[in-house]
Design a protein around this ligand. Structure first.
Ligand code: PGA
Length: 250
């Protein structure tokens, strides 16, 4: 019942022209795929160019961040409705790079989740533990806190537009993927947590993506895990051929 989602997080890469070139190549490579939701998240400045390129295709657009206010004196920020206006259907929030490099906490991420729900946008909500937290047995406490506070106050209707992305911080950009068993174990925990915080229906319907060094050569066995519903892909989404292979997981 859960349509797999493969999302490419392009991070701070690609000019407008390069982004269009990449998405055009991707479009050609995935033209006949209709059972996977394909998402790309370029930098803000390339959103409208990429939106024009993917019009009429099965690729959807996401932004990598937003500010939890509609408008006002917030220099340098971009609101959910402006992202919607630029063609986005999803926004990534809670990414560990923003938590670590920009000091974003659970409360701020929660404000973004509410702003996105109010704007009618989908949310790709990232969580994940550091290596230190995993090795000191704090992993489940950390993940529970991130989910509980990050999604606080979102009702079951709003949850229908939320995709959870489990991205162990130690696996992001390191080439060290979680094993299939590690991913499945955490995804099953997260699904049980959704059942506890919401209900069986929300737990069964919410897609939980895995992220952290997903590549063409490890995607198949990750996607074979019963609670892994897709992938959030950084580095390997920057090459059309690799990303298309990931989307074509077996
Ligand atoms: P990676 O990044 O695939 O390069 O590890 C994943 C992410 O940060 O979303």
């Amino acid at each position: 019942m859960r349509t797999p989602m493969i999302a490419g997080n392009w991070k701070l890469h690609k000019t407008c022209n390069e982004a269009v070139e990449l998405v055009e190549a991707l479009k050609a490579a995935v033209a006949d795929i209709n059972d996977v939701e394909i998402v790309v998240a370029p930098v803000f400045t390339a959103l409208t160019s990429v939106a024009a390129s993917i019009e009429g295709s099965s690729i959807t657009l996401a932004a990598q961040n937003c500010y939890p206010q509609e408008s006002g004196a917030f220099t340098g920020e971009v609101s959910p409705s402006l992202l919607k206006d630029a063609g986005c259907r999803y926004v990534i929030i809670g990414h560990s790079e923003r938590r670590q490099l920009c000091g974003e906490n659970d409360e701020f991420i929660n404000q973004k989740a509410h702003a996105l729900a109010a704007a009618g946008l989908g949310t790709i909500f990232c969580i994940g533990e550091t290596l230190e937290e995993r090795e000191s047995d704090q992993m489940y406490d950390v993940l529970r806190r991130q989910v509980r506070l990050g999604l606080k106050g979102l009702d079951t209707t709003a949850m229908a537009s939320v995709v959870v992305a489990y991205e162990p911080v130690w696996a992001i950009g390191t080439g060290k993927t979680a094993t299939d068993e590690q991913a499945q174990e955490v995804h099953a925990f997260l699904r049980a947590l959704l059942k506890e915080l919401y209900d069986e229906k929300v737990a069964a319907a919410t897609r939980i993506l895995y992220g952290g060094s997903v590549k063409p050569d490890n995607v198949d066995s990750l996607m074979a895990q019963p609670d892994v519903d897709g992938a959030l892909v950084g580095g390997a989404s920057l090459k059309a051929e690799d990303f298309a292979r990931i989307i074509n997981f077996e």
